[in-house]
Each structure stands twice: as C-alpha cells, then as structure tokens.
Design a binder for this molecule. Structure first.
Ligand code: FPP
Length: 224
C-alpha cells in the first residue's frame, strides 16, 4: 500500500454551485468553506501530514471586485473564528503565495502562521495569491543571484513548498481537467484525480474513495 503524506486540492466549482442553488456565486464560496472544514477533519482522521488547498490564484484577481472582496472577507472571518480551534487541534497553517493583501489581512495571516508554527499533527498549506510559474521563475532568479548550480535540489529549496514533500495526490473537483498554474513542479509524479462533483458537494465519502484508490496504485516513478 502506498504511503500517503500529502494531498493537494484544487477546490473548483463553488461559483457554479452557488448560481445553481442560491443564484449567487458568493453563496457557493460560503458552502465551499464547509467542505474545507469537513476535508480538514477527514485528513486528520486519515493521518495525512500535509494538506495543500488552492484558495486564490494569481489569475483570480481578474474576477469582479465584489467576488474578490467576499472571498477575502470569508477568509478573514474564518481565521478570526477558527484559528484558536485549529491551534488546539495541533494544526500548523502555512500560507504559500505572495502576502500582498490589505494590511489587516496580511497581519492576520502572519499572526495565524506564527501562532501555529510549532504544531505537528497536520500542516495546512493555504495557496493564496499563488501562481506556480511565478514561483518557479522566482526560484531561478534566486539561484542566479546566489550563483548556485542549477539542479533539482537547489531549485526546490527556493520554492514556497521547500520543507514539504511533493503531493502524493492531487484532487481537482468541478469536472474540469486542468492544473491552472498550481504546483507545476511539485506535481511531477503525483497521482491526479479529477472529480466531477462541484467542491461544495464533495464529501468525506468521495475523499476516502480517492484515498483508497490511491493506496492501490502501483507507483513506478519512472521504473518498471
Ligand atoms: C474555485 O471555484 C474556488 C475558488 C477560487 C475559491 C476557493 C475558496 C473556498 C473553497 C472558500 C474559502 C476558503 C477558505 C480557506 C477561507 P470557482 O469559483 O472557480 O468555481 P466555478 O468554476 O464554478 O466558477
């Protein structure tokens, strides 16, 4: 059975779910947050060490301001209300992406990371204002600046995921089969599961089914 240390998720389909059920994309984001909570619990139950969630991409700035503001207010409320609980559960929160939000949100993110930095049960990497191409270019720039040899090991240490093993599983919900500039380097050997359900409809049973299937896969990493 394959060991499972890291699950990464592209939580797609909130907007469509919201329009279908409540005639509002933002209602879909709110419902998506409930799924986030369920999946965190299930990740702990499955004794998985790392969970990386794609919450906001560098391309998501192209959305209407009203939706962007709603997403960040949701995140802000979530952190204010839930960080204590996450901390009690021994969960470490790490932001991957560029923290260039309002000073209030930047401070809240930094405080949340600091508060939970020593926790050991589960590390949640929240990809916020994250873009993989930018991350890789930035890593090359650092190699050049420090006159370091270009190789996998050196490049990896300048990625935002430097202390995290590569994802074993990538799940994308929402019936769309693409990577959307997410962890392009780190997903080189991940098992990818595209899920038809929209993120707010995705549940513990779906998640456990994927985990069960993953454990049975013969992973070769290029060998035979
Ligand atoms: C993609 O669905 C989802 C997002 C861009 C935001 C994800 C946010 C959440 C799950 C809720 C907030 C999370 C936290 C951690 C506070 P989409 O809007 O692109 O859906 P669509 O493809 O149906 O339009």
């Amino acid at each position: 059975m394959n060991p499972l240390k890291h699950v990464a998720i592209i939580m797609d389909g909130n907007g469509r779910w919201g329009l279908k059920h409540k005639n509002s994309r933002n209602a879909g984001h709110k419902a998506g947050l409930n799924t986030v909570e369920k999946i965190i619990k299930e990740t702990i139950k499955n004794k998985i060490d790392f969970l990386t969630l794609y919450a906001f991409s560098t391309e998501n700035w192209k959305r209407p301001k009203k939706e962007i503001n709603y997403l960040f207010s949701l995140l802000q409320t979530f952190l204010i209300e839930r960080i204590e609980e996450l901390h009690k559960q021994n969960i470490k929160l790490k932001i991957i992406g560029i923290k260039s939000f309002s000073s209030k949100l930047n401070n809240l993110l930094k405080r949340s990371e600091k508060k939970t930095s020593k926790n050991k049960k589960l590390q949640i990497n929240l990809a916020l204002n994250y873009g993989s191409k930018f991350e890789i270019i930035n890593a090359f720039k650092k190699l050049k600046k420090n006159k370091e040899k270009i190789n996998e090991k050196n490049l990896s240490k300048y990625l935002l995921t430097r202390d995290v093993p590569d994802p074993d599983i990538l799940i994308r919900t929402g019936n769309t089969n693409r990577l959307s500039n997410f962890l392009l380097w780190q997903l080189a050997y991940s098992e990818i599961f595209f899920e038809k359900k929209l993120w707010p409809d995705f549940n513990e049973k779906d998640y456990n089914k994927i985990i069960k299937n993953f454990k049975k896969i013969k992973r070769n990493f290029g060998k035979i």
